[in-house]
Design a protein around this ligand. Structure first.
Ligand SMILES: Nc1nc2c(ncn2[C@@H]2O[C@H](COP(=O)(O)OP(=O)(O)OP(=O)(O)O)[C@@H](O)[C@H]2O)c(=O)[nH]1
Ligand SMILES: [Mg+2]
Length: 238
């Protein structure tokens, strides 16, 4: 069973150099696809170098920064064009530690979609300012309430999809790009009847590089959640 970690990057040069070998060391079935949006700091060139050194590293270069959701969709399409049975998502900034990858892979043997969850037992977030933690916690409570999904962590981006899930979802119909993207993918998988499992992870705030968090991303999550529910109600989810 081959598995691909889709790793979106924007200005993550220092992190990329450290995280790729750590990912590959977790399990010999793992490969990495770096999806770089033409980072000005040269992350894309570094990724090319890493790909030269290992046949398990691949790179997808995109012309401009278009947001996380777009980068993931491009990565998912690439993954579906290659023979990978599991397709994983994670951040490149060590907020999602590679040490949890074996847990996700193991859980994916008995679930179609596995979520690395910060809130499965209490709150497992390290180094976030209180304001950001409260925002994330209440965003999850809100999304849970509106969608009806009984998942503790809907906005997290540490996930493992079985191939069949991504094949079943109409990727062209997915439009959200920030945290809402994570909610939307899980909601669409759930509506299609796929099984979802959460495994506990500890999320640690980035040590290096800059945050790309913005008000626009929060606003998108607020209106996208009722929109998803509406599309589902009216049979337009696809
Ligand atoms: N390809 C691509 N990657 C992105 C984009 N925006 C963010 N990323 C990457 O997606 C991952 C998550 O983004 P982060 O900036 O860490 O988002 P966050 O965790 O919400 O915020 P901070 O960690 O506080 O900065 C990281 O690996 C980023 O480099 C983008 O527009 N395109
Ligand atoms: Mg981050």
């Amino acid at each position: 069973m081959n598995a691909l970690v889709v790793l979106p990057t924007y200005n993550e040069k220092d992190n990329l150099l450290r995280i790729v070998p750590e990912i590959l060391a977790q399990d010999e079935r793992l490969s990495v696809l770096v999806v770089d949006d033409n980072s000005p700091d040269g992350t894309g060139q570094l990724a090319d170098q890493l790909a030269k050194e290992s046949g398990r590293v691949h790179v997808l270069h995109r012309k401009a920064k278009e947001g996380l959701g777009k980068a993931y969709l491009a990565g998912f399409r690439w993954a579906l064009a290659h023979p990978f049975e599991c397709i994983l998502e994670m951040d490149a900034d060590f907020s999602h530690h590679p040490r949890y990858l074996p847990d996700l892979l193991l859980a994916s043997e008995s679930a179609d979609l596995v979520l690395g969850s910060r809130y499965v037992s209490g709150v497992n977030v390290v180094n976030w300012p209180m304001g950001r933690l409260l925002l994330s916690y209440y965003a999850n409570a809100y999304a849970r309430r509106v969608t009806g999904l009984s998942v503790r962590d809907l906005t997290g981006g540490f996930k493992c999809f079985r191939r069949r899930v991504l094949e079943a979802i109409d990727l062209d119909a997915v439009h959200s790009n920030g945290y809402a993207f994570q909610i939307e993918m899980t909601f669409r998988a759930w509506k299609r009847g796929f099984s979802i499992r959460e495994v506990p992870i500890v999320f640690t705030d980035r040590e290096q590089g800059n945050s790309k968090m913005s008000k626009a991303i929060v606003r998108e999550a607020i209106w996208m959640v009722p929109k998803l529910r509406w599309l589902s109600w009216t049979g337009q989810l696809g």
